[in-house]
Design a protein around this ligand. Structure first.
Ligand SMILES: Cc1cc2nc3c(=O)[nH]c(=O)nc-3n(C[C@H](O)[C@H](O)[C@H](O)COP(=O)(O)OP(=O)(O)OC[C@H]3O[C@@H](n4cnc5c(N)ncnc54)[C@H](O)[C@@H]3O)c2cc1C
Length: 534
C-alpha cells in the first residue's frame, strides 16, 4: 500500500492549494474516512481535512463493539439492528485484523428488568436478524452452568444467563486503515487542518477556507461539493458553513474506564443492567485489559471539553461491583479512562438512552451534505448512502463516468480473512504473534523491512509514522497502540525507545523532543484529573 506519512501530508497540502476537488470531506473520524474511501474508489477526486489527529473524536472513544445493538430491540428498532448485523458480517470480512467475534453473557437475576422468557425471545430475534450468520448461535445457561462459565459473577439471586455473539474492534485503527485504503485509491487526506468557513459563488459552494494548525497557514480548497462528517461538532461546523444553520444534535456524553484483566478475570464480555433503568453497561475483555462502559448523559458543550467526573466513575464501579461483588473494585484499580460525545440527532425522546442511533443525511442545495448520528458498525453502508446522496447534485455526465460502490473489499490488501488466519498461525515468537494479531500478513513486511533488534513498540512507531500520518507522541500513545488504555503506568516505561524512533523518523530537534515529552506528560496528568476533582 502507498505511504501515508508526514511527507504525504506535505504533498497533500500542496495539492489542496493548487487543485480542484469534486468532494471536500470535513472530519477524519470513521464517517469521513468511510466516505473518502467510497468516493475515491468510485473515481471522484476527493480531499479530506481533519482538524486534529485522525480518529480524534468519537471514533476513538467508543465501546469498541461491532454490534447489532441488542438493546435497540427494546425500542423496536428492528431495521437498525438488522442493518447493523449485516454490516457486522461484512466488517469481519473486510477488516479481519481489526474486528473479531466476541461472546457476551447476559446474567439474569430474580429481579432483572427483563425476565428469561422475553430475553429468550430477544435472543432468537437477534440470531434471526443476523440471518443466522452469527459467529455462534445463542445459548441459554442455568445458574450452575453460568457460574461454571463465569465463576466471579454474583451467585446470590442468579437465575441463569444467555450467551450470544457480537464483535469487538480497534476503533481508532479502523479509521486509519480506512484512510490508508482511501489514500491508495487516490484520496488526498490531511490531519491538523481545520475548516474555518465556506466561500460561495452564485449561491453555490466554491471553496472552503482552512487553517493548517501546524504552520498556521490559511488557504482555500476549491471543491464542487462539501460533505460534513464532523459527528458531535455538526452544529458548530454547520454554523461556520451556512449562515442559516439550525441546530440538529442532542449530544450525550459516554465515559469508559479500563482495568487490568487480573482484577476482573472474564471468560466473555458481560452485559450489566444498571439498577432501575434501561441503561446497560458492558464489561469487555480485550487482551490485557477490561473496558467498562458506558455512561449516557446529555452534554451540550463543545465536544473536546467533555471530561470524566468522579460521579461517572462511581456509577461504573457501582454497577460492576453489583455484578462482581467479590472483585471489590475501587478507583485504585483503574488503569485509564476516556470520554466521548455521541453525535445523536434530536428526536424528541424524553430519556437520553432512548434517543435513536439512526443516522441522518441532509442535503443543502448550495452544494453541501451534512451527516449526523449513526453507529460505528454501520459506517460502511452509511458512507455508501452519503456518497449516493451527494452525487445527486452532480451533473449526469459526471455520474455516468463513475464506478459503483465497491467497499466490500478488504481494507488492507495484505489482510483477507484467510491470510489473517495464516499470519497468526505462522507466528514463531512473541514479536510475530503480537504484530500478526494486529496486522495480519503485513506484520511480516514490517518485521522484514526493519532492523531485527527493534522492539514491537519501535516497529509500531515506525508503522504509525509512515503509514497512518502519526505526527506526535500523544497521538501514538492514545490512538495507535493500546499503551494509554491498557498498560500500567500507560506504558511510559517504553517511552525512551519510542522517542528514539520519532526523533529519527520525523527529524525532531532537542527542543521539539522536549515539548513532545511535556505534551505527553500533560495529557497523562489531565487524563486522571477526575481523581482530584472529588
Ligand atoms: C461513548 C460512546 C460509545 C460508543 N460505542 C459504540 C460502539 O461500541 N459501537 C458502535 O457501532 N458505535 C458506537 N458509538 C458510536 C460511534 O462511535 C460514532 O457514531 C462514530 O464514531 C461517529 O464517527 P464520526 O466520524 O461521525 O464522528 P467523529 O469520530 O467524532 O469525527 C468527527 C471529526 O471531525 C473533526 N472536526 C471537528 N470540527 C472540525 C473542523 N472545523 N474542521 C475539520 N475537522 C473537524 C473532529 O476533530 C473529529 O475527528 C459510540 C459512541 C460513544 C460516544
Amino acid at each position: 500500500m502507498k505511504e501515508f506519512s508526514f511527507q504525504t501530508r506535505q504533498e497533500n497540502i500542496k495539492k489542496m492549494q493548487n487543485e480542484n476537488f469534486d468532494l471536500l470531506i470535513i472530519g477524519g473520524g470513521i464517517t469521513g474516512a468511510g466516505v473518502a474511501r467510497d468516493a475515491a474508489m468510485r473515481g471522484l477526486k476527493v480531499a479530506l481535512v481533519e482538524a486534529n489527529d485522525f480518529a480524534f473524536g468519537t471514533s476513538s472513544r467508543s465501546s469498541k463493539l461491532v454490534h447489532g445493538g441488542i438493546r435497540y430491540l427494546e425500542n423496536y428498532e428492528f431495521h437498525l439492528v438488522f442493518e447493523a448485523l449485516s454490516e457486522r458480517a461484512k466488517l469481519f470480512e473486510i477488516a479481519p485484523h481489526l474486528v473479531h467475534p466476541l461472546r457476551f453473557m447476559i446474567p439474569l437475576f430474580e429481579n432483572s428488568r427483563v425476565g428469561p422468557f422475553l430475553m429468550g425471545l430477544g435472543m432468537i430475534l437477534y440470531d434471526a436478524l443476523a440471518v443466522f450468520q452469527t459467529p455462534e448461535m445463542h445459548e441459554k445457561l442455568n445458574k450452575i452452568e453460568t457460574l461454571n462459565r463465569m465463576p466471579i459473577v454474583r451467585g446470590s439471586d442468579l437465575v441463569g444467563s444467555f450467551i450470544y455473539s457480537d464483535g469487538y474492534m480497534d476503533d481508532d485503527r479502523l479509521v486509519h486503515e480506512t484512510l490508508r485504503s482511501a489514500n491508495d485509491s487516490g484520496a488526498t487526506a490531511v490531519n491538523y487542518v481545520e475548516v474555518v468557513k465556506a466561500n460561495y459563488s452564485m449561491n453555490k459552494i466554491s471553496s472552503v477556507q482552512v487553517r493548517d494548525k501546524n504552520s498556521q497557514k490559511v488557504f482555500d480548497i476549491k471543491c464542487a461539493h462539501v460533505i460534513s462528517t464532523v459527528g458531535p461538532w455538526t452544529d458548530l461546523v454547520g454554523e461556520k458553513l451556512v449562515s442559516d444553520w439550525k441546530k440538529i444534535l442532542r449530544p450525550t456524553k459516554g465515559v469508559h474506564l479500563t482495568l487490568h484483566k487480573d482484577r476482573l478475570n472474564l471468560s466473555s464480555a458481560v452485559v450489566m443492567a444498571a439498577q432501575k433503568s434501561s441503561r446497560i453497561v458492558f464489561a469487555i475483555p480485550r487482551h490485557e485489559m477490561i473496558i467498562i462502559g458506558t455512561t449516557d448523559t446529555d452534554f451540550q458543550e463543545a465536544p473536546e471539553t467533555a471530561t470524566v467526573t468522579a460521579d461517572d466513575i462511581a456509577y461504573l464501579l457501582r454497577v460492576t461491583n453489583e455484578y462482581f461483588p467479590g472483585a471489590k473494585l475501587t478507583e485504585e484499580d483503574i488503569l485509564s479512562t476516556y470520554v466521548g460525545v455521541r453525535p445523536l440527532v434530536k428526536d424528541g425522546s424524553d430519556v437520553e438512552g432512548k434517543t435513536s442511533r439512526e443516522h441522518t443525511i441532509m442535503s443543502d442545495p448550495r452544494g453541501l451534505t451534512f451527516v449526523a448520528g449513526g453507529k460505528y458498525t454501520t459506517y460502511r453502508l452509511m458512507s455508501e448512502q452519503i456518497v449516493d446522496r451527494a452525487l445527486k447534485s452532480f451533473p449526469i455526465e459526471k455520474r455516468l463516468g463513475l464506478n459503483r460502490c465497491d467497499t466490500n473489499r478488504p481494507l488492507n490488501n495484505w489482510t483477507t480473512p484467510d491470510s489473517y488466519e495464516q499470519a497468526v498461525y505462522e507466528a514463531k515468537n512473541e514479536k510475530e504473534e503480537f504484530l500478526a494479531s494486529r496486522y495480519g500478513m503485513e506484520a511480516y513486511k514490517i518485521i522484514e523491512e526493519n532492523d531485527d533488534d527493534l522492539s514491537v513498540w519501535q516497529l509500531e512507531a515506525i508503522q504509525s509514522i509512515r503509514n497512518t500520518m502519526c505526527l506526535n507522541l500523544v497521538d501514538f500513545y492514545v490512538r495507535r497502540v493500546p499503551l494509554m488504555l491498557g498498560y500500567r503506568n500507560h506504558g511510559l516505561q517504553f517511552l525512551d525507545e519510542i522517542v528514539e524512533i520519532f526523533r529519527s523518523e520525523l527529524d525532531w530537534s532537542d527542543n521539539e523532543t522536549r515539548s513532545q515529552l511535556e505534551a505527553l506528560k500533560k495529557f497523562v496528568k489531565e487524563e486522571s484529573d477526575w481523581r482530584l476533582k472529588k
